[in-house]
Design a protein around this ligand. Structure first.
Ligand SMILES: NC(=O)c1ccc[n+]([C@@H]2O[C@H](COP(=O)([O-])OP(=O)(O)OC[C@H]3O[C@@H](n4cnc5c(N)ncnc54)[C@H](O)[C@@H]3O)[C@@H](O)[C@H]2O)c1
Length: 431
């Protein structure tokens, strides 16, 4: 099949490359010329494990262009995977989607199936359908990939959701998706859109719940890791998303939770639990900073090492990462900030204050610092020997937002170690 993907970001590129892997001819079109230039030279503009390898392997079935006309005229199926950012009021900005739909209407005259991968408010797919000629069918096919394991998730995901009111379009989508060997949920357009928001709302709520429990654990002398283990073994609860930390970030949970609150408001419903989740997550991103201010009184003149900038490991994505909430505040408070991330420093340089001193390794980052904040649990950071903090920092003081070390291990070193929902080890001198 000739498949066209409009929008070659995290979702579009991963989708396009994966569809080429199962034998389709895929044309990816993007308005970002730099991105397309990179892609045409065989380089992935994003860091995603396994993606570059599949791009190289399937190079003869993958084509990248900035021309919508070229990309659309021969297409049998067109996926839209453009961004749907949030507006200031939390609602979804659909201008990128609308532009893509206009381009389809301009260049396509034959029968095609238009597949919406982007996350869009309930009712958007029906509106898109009404903007297109009657011979074009629309399918809602929300994406559930996780950045950092996106390729894995396409081939080993839990389910594929396809919503449409056209049996023909559903049949075509079944044909495309069956080779992935993943359960397919067929439904209507509105329910497919809602499944995406409902899933993210559930997961964000689970994260905020475990973070709230962690904040209580540290006050009552319980250990959140033990509590999460004991809870998670109950199959009704499950072990995933019970990792306490400094909150969720990324391009999806923050945006999609606000969008769902907004969707509910528009139909006269106040989504109280999700509003609380959003509020709690904002607070949680500041837990380490608040504790450091409590401990030190002020951070003016301190040298602070920040380990990890991406919103989670194995990605270079920093959208809504805790680093964006914390680092500007540290600089405003008069601290000198040294920072390191294995993949996200290029992205970070574009948005973080220019005063940040980027380092080429975790070891250089902790060198001669007063305080270290651990914000992302990259393996490279988790595996850093605690003795290195003792040797290199002025006095080893770690605020670990991702519980990278076991308390047993930490107890063998003269370190002040604050983590989430666990005992605060106050060994070592506070300078
Ligand atoms: N990133 C994720 O983990 C993830 C997971 C699930 C769902 N989603 C959803 O998928 C959608 C895309 O997310 P993303 O993270 O891949 O976005 P992104 O910002 O990484 O990529 C979007 C791409 O679309 C391009 N674009 C915009 N308008 C275009 C047009 N008219 N023609 C061609 N290209 C155009 C942009 O230049 C950009 O390269 C969003 O709705 C998002 O909520 C994202």
């Amino acid at each position: 099949m000739n498949i066209t993907i409009i929008g070659t970001g995290y979702v579009g590129l991963v989708t396009g490359v994966s569809l080429s892997e199962i034998g389709h001819y895929v044309t990816c079109v993007d308005i970002n010329e730099e991105k397309v230039k990179l892609l045409n030279s065989g380089v992935s503009p994003i860091y995603e494990p396994g993606l570059s390898e599949l791009m190289v392997k399937n190079a003869d079935r993958l084509y990248f262009t900035t021309s919508h006309e070229e990309a659309l005229v021969e297409a049998d199926v067109v996926y839209i995977a453009v961004e749907t950012p949030e507006k200031e009021d939390g609602s979804v900005n659909l201008t990128f989607i609308e532009r893509a739909v206009e381009q389809i209407a301009n260049y396509i005259s034959n029968d095609v199936v238009v597949v919406i991968k982007s996350t869009v408010p309930v009712g958007t797919n029906q509106r898109i359908k009404s903007m297109l000629p009657a011979n074009i069918n629309v399918v809602s096919n929300p994406e559930f990939l996780r950045e950092g394991s996106a390729i894995h998730d396409v081939f080993y995901g839990d389910r594929i959701v396809i919503g449409s009111d056209s049996p023909d379009a559903l049949k075509i989508m079944r044909g495309i998706n069956e080779p992935f060997g993943i359960p397919i949920v067929e439904t209507d357009l509105n329910s497919a859109e809602m499944i995406k928001y409902a899933s993210n709302a559930f997961l964000a709520t689970k994260i905020s719940l475990i973070n709230e429990l962690a904040n209580i654990c540290s006050r009552v002398g319980a250990d959140i890791e033990e509590v999460a283990l004991g809870m998670g073994l109950d199959s009704r609860i499950g072990t995933q998303f019970l990792k306490a930390g400094i909150g969720y970030g990324g391009s999806c949970f923050p945006k999609d939770t606000k969008a769902l609150v907004n969707i509910a408001e528009e139909v006269g419903y106040e989504f109280g639990i999700l509003k609380a989740v959003i509020d709690l997550n904002d607070k949680q991103q500041h837990v380490l900073l608040n504790q450091a201010i409590k401990d030190f009184g002020e951070l003016n003149g301190k040298t602070i090492g920040v380990l990890g900038l991406a919103f989670k490991p194995n990605t270079d994505d920093i959208r809504n990462a805790a680093s964006l909430a914390i680092i500007p505040e540290l600089i405003n408070l008069g601290a000198t900030v040294k920072a390191y991330d294995p993949a996200a420093m290029g992205q970070a340089k574009m948005v973080l204050p220019k005063e940040v001193l980027y380092q080429d390794s975790a070891l250089h980052t902790i060198e001669s610092t007063d305080i270290v904040f651990i914000l992302t649990e990259w393996d490279e950071i988790r595996e850093l020997d605690l003795q290195e903090y003792v040797n290199r920092m002025k006095t080893a003081t770690i605020y670990d937002g991702r519980n990278c070390y076991s308390l047993d291990e930490v107890s063998q070193y003269p370190i002040r170690y604050f983590s989430i929902g666990r005992k605060y080890q106050k060994r070592g001198r506070l300078l």
